[in-house]
Design a protein around this ligand. Structure first.
Ligand code: ATP
Length: 602
């Protein structure tokens, strides 16, 4: 057991001891405060999934809390369904409600999403006040809600509620920690850091955003159930915009994506007002000031998440090889395919084909009727002056833009208009002209993004830590370490991507693309910002990759030495049109290409 592990266990032991001893040295008033601390910790953690992990601004989270509380109140008072049975039902109803209301708006970002979620919160509150179908009791709410009971044991005292909520919280924390360290948690973090890079790495943006809303809402629903059974009354004035704002503060104050941070934030929000009750009128002023100061001096929150990946135990070389093998197997698939019958078919020769591809931005034709072929196992370069439309071609091929007309075929399959994550999962990986990494995540986590679509574990297997999930995680970490090593970044596994120098960031982006075991690698100006030596190393690296992986490469490059040095085929573009194509030497001497770059001699 290492030192860190021992320290964590010691801290955990102390926290449990404090938790058990707390009722012994406090009165009922403070036990009740501790209960509400637990409820707000649950709520903070639920919003942390949406806001902290996924970066989605949700200022209407109290709506999901309300759904949980009202489902419990209605079904318990009208039909006598036991409170404990209503815990999963509250979670389910809040989750389904979140799915229904956020599905149409999930594509919204930042402040737009924020405003719409405020609207959702207000609509729910107003609906509760209006007493639909006579179910919610209007402004007075619902009274007479029962207590949770387990057989003959009923949770009916402050002390029991205290243990009840904190035991549920402990189970929730365990599940969330596991989720955070799984493929699901990483996918959420990738979305928070850079949505386009995440989607291009094979992550279904819509799906994972919805998942975070649904799980966050379900957890808020559980908090609603506990709250309703403790107070035995629910009314709309609990679930106001102020309540949502307070939950927002909990997450921001604690630190985005930090589980201990959200608990600390909940502690501050619930315990401090009680301590400062004598100056009750100035409480909000104090909060506002504290939040401003916290954001200035600790913009990452009071207890930010420390990012590190638990590297699996050192294993024998054979075991490591076994783990990484899937990459090698995938990499060799094309070789076998090409050698069938000696002569490859047209589509086997050309991994990518575009047919009369056209892309417009308003009145500007960025790409016009482009016919492009990328040879199987070859390096094809697109060159052309600034604004020629090269990056637009990449964006259309990778699904970021939908073309106005024309088709894109990958391995003979029409992929025109496919979403970027679908394109990535078919075997196309790319890097970007202006590097798009996940800056706040470690190098290993960045590379693991490329492995996402090759992994299968989901919510249940991640929370339960099934054997297959553990194995898959180990495989992903081993594979990421392999590519880290291969791209010359060994030793930087736990370094945050944003701390790397520019050249290393480029390599990291390349490692992420390669880890997905692509059939076609698309590189947008890979040598920009590199010095001559680094460019030469890159050239050798790419050529070696072709030998080792049987990969096809399509690149945009301004460095003519690189283009002429490694390309098998060069396509020249100007003003959205293909003006020439051929072997590098032919293009080098082509008068139209020279003219496009240097202008016509008067
Ligand atoms: N999202 C967009 N909206 C509007 N116009 C765009 C958009 N993306 C590209 N363009 C325009 O399309 C044209 C082609 O741009 P593109 O970035 O594809 O050129 P490029 O050949 O890659 O240039 P560079 O070498 O400078 O990167 C340019 O005139 C550019 O301004």
């Amino acid at each position: 057991m290492n030192k860190r592990h021992k320290r964590s266990q010691l801290i955990l032991g102390m926290v449990i001891a404090l938790f058990l001893a707390f009722p012994l040295f406090s009165n009922f008033y403070w036990i009740d405060v501790a209960f509400f601390f637990g409820v707000y910790a649950l709520l903070g953690l639920s919003l942390n999934i949406v806001l902290g992990e996924t970066g989605l601004f949700d200022l209407g989270h109290a709506a999901f809390y309300a759904i949980g509380a009202y489902v419990t109140a209605i079904l318990n008072t009208l039909y006598g369904i036991p409170i404990v049975w209503l815990i999963p039902l509250s979670a389910l109803c809040a989750g389904v409600f979140a799915y229904i209301v956020t599905s149409p708006i999930i594509h919204l970002r930042g402040d737009y999403l924020c405003i719409v979620t405020i609207g959702i919160g207000e609509i729910v509150r107003l609906a509760l006040i209006n007493n639909p179908f006579g179910l919610t009791g209007g402004p007075n709410g619902i009274t007479g809600i029962g207590r949770p009971s387990f057989g003959l044991f009923t949770i009916d005292t402050s002390m029991r509620f205290y243990f009840y909520v904190w035991i549920i919280l402990a189970i929730v924390i365990l599940g969330l920690v596991r989720l955070q360290r799984s493929r699901i948690g990483r996918a959420w973090n990738y979305l928070r850091e850079d949505e386009i890079a995440a989607e291009m790495s094979g992550i279904d943006v819509r799906h994972f955003k919805l998942l975070s809303f649904v799980l966050g809402a379900a957890l808020a629903g559980v908090a609603g159930n506990i709250y309703a059974s403790k107070l035995m009354i629910v009314s709309p004035d609990t679930f106001t915009f102020m309540e949502s704002s307070m939950l927002f503060c909990i997450v921001m104050l604690g630190g985005l994506g930090s589980i201990p941070g959200s608990i600390l934030g909940a502690g501050i929000i619930t315990v401090f007002p009680e301590i400062f009750r004598v100056v009750a009128n100035y409480r909000m002023l104090f909060f506002g000031g504290a939040l401003v100061l916290a954001m200035i001096f600790r913009p990452g929150g009071l207890w930010p998440r420390k990012r590190e990946i638990a590297i699996p135990n050192v294993r024998s070389a054979e075991e490591a090889e076994e783990m990484i093998r899937p990459v090698a197997v995938d990499q060799t698939r094309a070789t076998a395919k090409q050698s069938v019958n000696g002569e490859a078919s047209s589509f086997e020769k050309h991994i990518l084909v575009t047919d009369k591809l056209t892309m417009k931005f308003g009145g500007l034709v960025a790409v016009k009727d482009l016919d492009l072929v990328v040879g199987h196992g070859k390096i094809t370069s697109i060159i052309g002056p600034n604004g020629a439309g090269k990056t637009t071609v990449f964006n259309v091929v990778t699904g970021i833009y939908k073309p106005v007309s024309g088709k894109v075929y990958f391995e003979g399959k029409d992929i025109t208009g496919f979403k970027p994550h679908k394109v990535a999962s078919l075997g196309i990986a790319r890097t970007f002209q202006n590097i798009r990494l996940f800056p706040g995540l470690t190098c290993v986590e960045n590379i693991m993004a490329g492995l996402h679509h090759r992994m299968n574990s989901y919510v249940f297997s991640s929370i339960m830590r099934t054997e297959s999930q553990i194995l898959e995680e180990k495989w992903a970490i081993e594979t990421a370490m392999y590519w880290l090593d291969k791209t010359g970044l060994a030793g930087l596994s736990d370094e945050l991507a944003k701390n790397l120098p520019y050249g290393k960031q480029k390599l990291l982006e390349l490692a992420r693309a390669l880890s997905s075991s692509p059939k076609l690698l698309i590189l947008d100006e890979p040598s920009s910002g590199l010095n001559d030596k680094e460019t030469e190393d890159l050239m050798i690296f790419l050529e070696n990759l072709l030998d080792e992986m049987d990969l096809s490469i399509l690149l945009i490059e301004h460095d003519m030495n690189l283009v002429m040095g490694i390309s098998h085929w060069v396509v020249a573009m100007d003003m959205g049109i293909k003006i020439a194509e051929g072997r590098p030497q032919d293009i080098y001497n082509n008068s139209r290409v020279i003219e496009a770059y240097l202008g016509r001699e008067e």
